[in-house]
Design a binder for this molecule. Structure first.
Ligand code: FRU
Length: 476
């Protein structure tokens, strides 16, 4: 441990220990920072039976700062235990941030790959895109998932293709046959977003192999790329910055979605249209991993970078942001869908199960802050729900909408307005509500909409003719 690490350990402990009351909007079953700021999920894995989730963490300021990796563990992905900070920005190659990365597990060893961010000292001629910054690929390993060895710098910008800007980051590693693959997000010098792939025979020495891009430029930067197969479908996920015009004007400032890949990712391939993972307000930088029982789990940051439109009042309580609840990726009729991990059921208690008959009153629930509400068998393409008397979920004219009546920054929405997704026919809706977040799964999770919200009331009202409704309280 060097002198800087020693001081950082002390400082983080001081600020974490000094945090008692973090306010009434703390979540119950979503992973949050103990104090300060959280963004991307990193190093997600199951290791020795335990789930590990690291996160981009700036404990000193709820509005962000130099990033380190905070660490949580869990046995069921619903209750998380804080393990402290695992990786501090304490080396010349990562001194301005231990940026995002992944975990790769093999032979009882956890390999963490991440981007060491370096911003050279302020100079007027630096634009911090093509000059003035370093993005280093770093490896650190552990045999118990708690104690980590020395960091090893594996690659630097000169090891990446020369037509790329200095924005190359967020390694994700997997293995096929005897070959290890690493995908990273990139921005070219011409401001085109891409993903680049490296291969290795030993997990340490990496060679540039190929790149993935769209026929026409698609955004200026791809962050946090991920690649996996689900039921034979090859999925390339990327968080894309710089999409403009048309439909993008009605969406978030940055997007997280996926292409399906036909052919060979490292050779001849064709990418599908880009589909969003989530159509709500707060969703970015998802990362996936495979559980021991073969499920593909995805967790995202329930937040949005560089978003001026809306905010989070938890800043006043000294913290900001959380993760989405872990979702299983599954394939239904050839379509990728998402659902909350099944472990959640173990923490639920049934409140009510009813059928809302034609012509009768709506279903109403009062007094619950954390619930899982499933509406199935929706008829006549008609659905409407109002949560906390402020957040409206409504299907009309071929669109499923998530909207707030009051878009004031001081209101329940904290400035959020409206998001939507085109849906031909609505069959079922599942609403997962925590103290200050709502995740809505439409049609078995074919479409998902996620938002933070800051309700003053607990009232829930659902209108859905002849649908079956099951309401469960989540006890965490
Ligand atoms: C995505 C991202 C990553 C980067 C990290 C820094 O939100 O910008 O590309 O590694 O956050 O915190």
């Amino acid at each position: 441990m060097n002198a800087l690490t020693r001081d950082l350990v002390r400082l983080v402990k001081m600020v974490e220990d000094g945090t008692e009351n973090t306010g009434r909007f703390r979540q119950r079953f979503h992973l949050m920072p103990p104090v300060g700021w959280l963004n991307d999920p990193n190093g997600l894995c199951q290791f020795g039976g335990i789930y590990h989730a690291f996160f981009q963490y700036s404990p000193f300021d709820p509005e962000g700062g130099v990033k380190m990796w905070g660490h949580y563990i869990s046995t069921d992905m619903a209750g998380w235990e804080y393990e402290g900070v695992s990786l501090y920005p304490d080396q010349p190659f990562d001194c301005h941030g231990v940026y995002s990365g992944c975990a790769f597990i093999e032979d009882g060893e956890m390999y963490l790959y991440y981007t060491g961010n370096v911003k050279l000292e302020d100079r007027e001629d630096y634009d911090y895109i093509n000059t003035g910054r370093e993005a280093n690929t770093v490896l650190v390993t552990s045999r118990d998932g708690i104690h980590f060895g020395a960091k090893k710098e594996l690659m630097s910008n000169t090891d990446y293709p020369s037509d790329l800007s200095l924005h190359v980051r967020d390694p994700k590693v997997w293995k096929e046959g005897n070959v290890y693959y690493m995908i990273q997000g990139a921005r070219t010098k011409e401001d085109v977003g891409q993903a680049i792939i490296f291969t290795s025979a030993d997990k340490v020495n990496w060679t540039f192999k190929s790149r993935i891009s769209t026929a026409e430029p698609f955004g200026y930067m791809w962050e946090c790329p991920d690649y996996f197969e689900a039921d034979g479908i090859k999925v390339l996920s990327a968080s894309v910055q710089g999409l403009k015009g048309e439909v993008w004007e009605e969406r978030n400032v940055y997007q997280s979605g996926y292409f399906t890949v036909a052919g060979d990712l490292c050779g001849e391939y064709a990418l599908s249209e880009y589909c969003l993972w989530d159509y709500g307000f707060d969703y970015y930088a998802p990362q996936s991993f495979e559980t021991d029982d073969g499920r593909r789990i995805m967790i995202a940051w329930m937040g949005m970078p560089d978003c001026k439109e809306y905010t989070n009042p938890t800043i006043a309580d000294g913290w900001q942001h959380c993760f989405t609840f872990p979702r299983e990726i599954y394939v239904k009729d050839g379509i990728l869908c998402q659902r909350p991990v099944r472990e959640l059921k173990m923490r639920e208690r049934k409140i009510q199960s009813v059928k809302v008959l034609y012509g009768t009153e709506a279903f109403e629930l009062e007094g619950y802050q954390t619930y899982d509400l499933a509406v199935s068998g929706i008829t006549e393409n008609a659905f409407r729900a109002v949560l906390g008397q402020e957040l409206i979920l409504e299907y009309q004219n071929g669109r499923f909408e998530m909207r707030f009546d009051n878009q004031d920054k001081a209101s329940v929405s904290a400035g959020r307005g409206i998001r939507h997704v085109e849906v031909e026919k609505i069959t079922d809706v599942r609403i997962l509500a925590d103290i200050s977040s709502v995740e809505v799964f439409v049609n078995g999770g074919e479409y998902v909409l996620t938002t933070r919200y800051y309700p003053e009331k607990t009232h829930v009202r659902v209108e859905a003719k002849e649908a079956g409704i099951e309401a469960r309280e989540i006890l965490c």
